[in-house]
Design a protein around this ligand. Sequence first.
Ligand code: NAD
Length: 360
Amino acid sequence: MSIKIVVLPGDGIGPEVSNAAQLVLDTISSKFNLNIQMEEKLMGGVSIDQHGVALTDETLADCINAKAVLLGAVGGPKWDNPNAKIRPEQGLLTLRKEMGLFANLRPIKVHPQLHDASPLKNNLLNDVDILVVRELTGGIYFGKPSERIISQNGTLSAVDSMIYNDFEIKRIVELACKLSENRKSSVTSVDKANVLESSRLWRQIANNVFDVHPNIKSNHILVDAAAMHLISQPAKFDVIVTSNLFGDILTDEASVLTGSMGNLPSASIGKNGPGLYEPIHGSAPDIAGKGIANPIGMILSTALLLRYSLDQEKAAMSIEKAVNLALEDGCRTVDLNDQKSLSTQEMTNEIIMRLESINI
Ligand code: NAD
């Protein structure tokens, strides 16, 4: 039986890095005899251009019926008009909501060979190995009302609502605790409980979950302090669990530790059903079409797909090892070394060459 994966290359550098990921998955499929079948579909700006919507019902149904979904990135200046009613990100938000992907996992590891690519001092980067567990289907990105209001005196206002339900907080903190058990059993919950009522509920529910996991070392910190500690003492974190907005911001900040946001993968998972795997970067319009995008974040996303959706740990580890070996051997794209850099295709070839000869 074949394993069906839907690939949504999207916009900008999305198709360039998706192509790299598909070549890696093809190699893994043959190496581990997995019979993976990939099918490309449109989402984001390209779908708006072709179908008038960021995600068609048909593509959504294909994603829900697949074993997993691989996404490049969506968006770009062509569709960035803030007043537009139809926007590329709507496809992504609909996909997350309809697939029930309430958890976004973002592992952040600093490769020893890439210390110099980070603006932080080298000694701060030793032993950094963080897993950010970001809540993905609640909070301010989905709260209603979200609208503009014109008052009677003509003042223009805008409102967004940060809403969290107890069950949304409980399931994400429980997942963070479960994932920490295979790591250092330490969970930091990040909120803004000194100001926000939704954060006070978050902290209360998180404490209820921590109470039934006495083996896990848990603590709470405010998001402003978390932002500071992420760059002043990053090695002290193990698992970080936080809300949709705070997780979005903190993971972009944490990507700087690794030298480039092009390095970081992510997995979005739900209770059951297919997961969605994508690099944390966007469509990078400034370098799109040049063939120079770093494919590592996207390639490592395929490792997460193999781990979380296909239960193929050895295949996942093989990809991670191949990426590490390529970096150890000095292979770099332009975001990591602008002096002597490889194209997206060359970097992908280097990784695949090592993948083919790895035995785990
Ligand atoms: P971005 O992540 O696209 O780019 C930020 C910077 O990082 C750019 O200088 C870019 O060249 C660089 N960069 C990103 N990925 C890279 C890679 N793989 N290799 C080398 N360099 C890389 O963020 P942005 O510029 O704020 O957003 C551009 C567009 O992407 C916007 O339309 C935004 O809405 C969209 N976006 C989409 C997603 C997504 O699809 N999940 C996420 C974030 C942003």
